[in-house]
Design a protein around this ligand. Structure first.
Ligand code: GDP
Length: 365
């Protein structure tokens, strides 16, 4: 499964946020085949559509889909030079598919800031620079060798060299790989390098308890927004301490607590959704009497591959999929009514599954 890594300087609230994630954790009875590493927090993906489908089908069971966060503790200034067990942490970042970068936006005299004062932009740049330096090292190791082969007019090596040279230039200007403009073919080459700064990022502004109702009054949050905008990245505002409390509540209590705070959706729920879409993930549903269930797929996947997420036999023996969009199903109120209106389609093996599709797979065993 794809995972988003939680990174940030010490004392910004990463562990607090990760605790909230593990406390909110997915109900393990629903996911019996998942074994989880202590650094991984598995949460259910909040989805209002699942509630609506449950009202429609009255199933015995409703099962949300899940998402995994990985806790990557301990990155400090100097990590790319191996300081503070730096290389180990960098290698953990290498294994995640996206980065949730937690930034301290709360003041608290009792909690030491590693750089002496709260300054989110400087914090972001400190970490980003470590990642850039690590990537520069990766590129430097490779570029000399590739240049030699490229001189012998090897076409692939020439193409690779061009990408490496562009990246090196960006890194030397302290810019991340994701900011470098590349053609589609060059993007493919880039993938092969497994760079840290080519991973998609979102910023998590951790504010104090007093700011959660109206974060716009917090100047640090504004700074993070401006910085992220420049990078085309998203910002989620959370109060990690409050998220930890919310995560322990039952659904009804949680709704009441959020209403009291005057907020619609918890920061953690917003973060889960944002990380999910940052990774290009989407949801399809299976729905019936016994069970209504959400399934995660990667946007662009075709029907047989999506069937394979449920069981590999479904993919092997795939014949067709009976499909209706969530909107059509809700509009017509039942699968029978949707079918009468011609909204239930029979799709074949080339059908690209859409977010919100309700799928019924037909297959040979
Ligand atoms: P980490 O080193 O990034 O994992 O940071 P921690 O999660 O251990 O948090 C460092 C300290 O900041 C702890 O004492 C937390 O209780 C505190 N902290 C975290 N989030 C908040 C917050 O939203 N408000 C306040 N006042 N303190 C927080």
């Amino acid at each position: 499964a794809l995972t988003a890594g939680i990174v940030g300087l010490p004392n910004v609230g990463k562990s607090t946020l990760f605790n909230a994630i593990t406390k909110a954790g997915a109900e393990s009875a629903n996911y019996p085949f998942c074994t989880i590493d202590p650094n991984v927090g598995m949460v259910e993906v909040p989805d209002e559509r699942l509630d609506k489908l449950t009202e429609l089908y009255h199933p015995k069971k409703t099962i949300p889909t899940t998402f995994e966060f990985t806790d990557i503790a301990g990155i400090v200034k100097g990590a790319s030079k191996g300081e503070g067990l730096g290389n180990k942490f960098l290698s953990h970042i290498r294994q995640v598919d996206a980065i949730c970068h937690v930034v301290r936006c709360f003041e608290d005299e009792n909690i030491t800031h590693v750089a002496g004062k709260v300054d989110p932009i400087s914090d972001i740049e400190t970490i980003n620079l470590e990642l850039i330096l690590a990537d520069l090292e990766t590129v430097d190791k490779r570029i000399g060798r590739v240049e030699k082969i490229a001189r012998q007019k090897d076409k692939d090596a020439v193409a690779e060299y061009e990408v490496l040279a562009k990246l090196k230039e960006a890194f030397e200007a302290e810019k991340p790989a994701r900011s470098v403009e590349l053609t589609e073919d060059q993007q493919k080459i880039l993938k092969g390098f497994q760079l840290l700064t080519s991973k998609p990022v979102l910023y998590v502004a951790n504010v104090g308890e007093g700011d959660i109702q109206d974060p716009s009054g917090n100047p640090y949050v504004q700074q993070v927004h401006d910085y992220a905008k420049n990078e085309g990245a998203e910002v989620i505002v959370v109060c990690a301490r409050i998220e930890e409390e919310i995560a322990e509540l039952e659904d009804d209590e949680k709704k009441m607590f959020l209403a009291e705070l005057g907020i619609k959706e918890s920061g953690l729920d917003q973060l889960i959704k944002a990380a999910y879409s940052l990774l290009g993930l989407a949801t399809y549903f299976t729905a019936g009497e016994p069970e209504v269930r959400a399934w995660t797929f990667k946007k662009g996947m075709k029907a047989p591959q999506c069937a394979g997420i449920i069981h590999s036999d479904f993919e092997k023996g795939f014949i067709r999929a009976e499909t209706v969009s969530y909107e059509d199903l809700i509009q017509y109120g039942s699968i029978a009514a949707a079918r009468e209106a011609g909204k239930v389609r029979l799709e074949g093996k080339d059908y690209v599954v859409q977010d919100g599709d309700i799928m019924h797979f037909r297959f040979n065993v």
